[in-house]
Design a protein around this ligand. Structure first.
Ligand code: AVJ
Ligand code: FE
Length: 349
């Protein structure tokens, strides 16, 4: 709510991009998802707005249609959020979240953790959209990466061949696609200790004629960042952001390397620096782990499995730390540049 405070109702409802939702849709969707799981499913209550929930179903309503839906606006939207939260807290008083709870949704608070994670993930989606809002100035929040990478970039970490445990342990919150934990044989490989910097990406652009990342514009002899209607010089020491998976792959080849697989990334995770500044594209398709079981609903992961989406690992400056667990699998269309995604390269040893 702090992030959205500077915006008016028109800005909240405007379609800025056909592949991003209006902010008001994300907000209503966050509340509706909470109502569906924590108030209706767990609490057994009737929905506050009857059939309205259908308009907030992400599968039924593709992003490009979300600007035309008769969704809640302005004061009505804000009171829906508040009313759902009030009911959620009421229901919370009634439930047993212990390790012995019979309902797997309640056991160790699974469904509450899921709802928190969902809301935090949508916060990042809203930050992707806020990049498109001219003149947007956040209140009390620092936006953008802070890492200074220069100098450390040529270092690679060597990982020996062998078996690595991949995925989330059986206990503790994780999404279904992170389980079951399983062993994977990896050949020896090397992986960059740090993500790729803007400075190195500029070198790549100059040598190959590659397009600049999203939101970059020529500025005299250099480059400026134009997100949120701004015009700030590109900091060569910051990690490069807003590149597609295809661009990341082309960069890696230019550097004589390749993108890591998601298994390599996870195995190397304890040795890597600056995880959490930029999502990192991997070469892996979003497919299920052996023995995958959908839980608690097929539409979180299962319907997206296949070769249409590539996995990203790590997290960005816009990602909440609780979403950045080592086993977390983000996925998106390989052509999408709106994600706060950058590059870390690998190569066979
Ligand atoms: C994992 C970012 C691809 O936004 O579509 C949000 C996360 N799933 N609500 C998405 C998600 C359900 C998902 N991504
Ligand atoms: Fe969602």
């Amino acid at each position: 709510m702090e992030l959205l405070q500077p915006l008016d109702d028109e800005q909240l409802n405007r379609v800025y991009s056909p592949i991003l939702s209006p902010l008001a849709w994300d907000l209503g969707h966050i509340a509706n998802f909470e109502e569906l799981w924590l108030v209706q499913t767990i609490g057994g209550r009737e929905p506050l707005h009857g059939e309205l929930g259908h308009f907030y179903d992400a599968i039924e309503n593709p992003r490009k249609t979300r600007g035309e839906l008769p969704i809640l606006r302005d004061a009505e939207l804000r009171s829906y959020l508040a009313d759902v939260r009030e009911r959620t807290l009421e229901v919370l008083e009634e439930v047993d979240l212990g390790a012995d709870a019979a309902d797997p949704l309640l056991k160790e608070g699974f469904v509450y953790e899921m709802l928190l994670a969902h809301e935090l993930q949508h916060n990042e989606t809203m930050l992707q959209l806020l990049q498109l809002v001219d003149g947007y100035e956040p209140v009390g929040v620092n936006l953008g990466p802070t890492a200074q990478l220069q100098g450390a970039e040529s270092e690679m970490v060597a990982i020996e061949a062998g078996a690595h445990e991949i995925g989330a342990p059986a206990r503790g919150f994780a999404y279904d696609n992170e389980r079951p934990r399983h062993s994977v044989e990896l050949a020896a490989f090397e992986i960059d200790r740090t993500p790729v910097s803007n400075g190195t990406y500029i070198q790549f652009m100059e040598e190959t004629g590659a397009e600049p990342p999203l939101y970059w514009e020529r500025d005299g002899g250099g480059w400026a960042l134009t997100e949120r209607g701004g015009r700030d010089p590109v900091d060569p020491a910051h990690p490069v952001l807003h590149v597609s998976c295809h661009e990341a792959d082309t960069f890696a080849r230019w550097a004589g390397k390749r993108l890591p697989t998601e298994q390599e990334w996870e195995a190397a995770r304890p040795r890597l620096q600056h995880v959490g500044q930029a999502w990192e594209w991997t070469s892996s398709d979003f497919i299920p782990y052996p023995g995958f079981e959908a839980f608690p609903y097929r539409e979180y992961s299962e319907v997206f499995f296949g070769d249409a989406y590539k996995v990203l690992r790590g997290g960005s400056w816009a990602t909440h730390h609780s979403v950045m667990r080592p086993s977390f699998r983000n996925w998106d269309l390989p052509q999408r540049r709106q994600i706060f995604a950058g590059i870390r390269c690998a190569r066979d040893a």
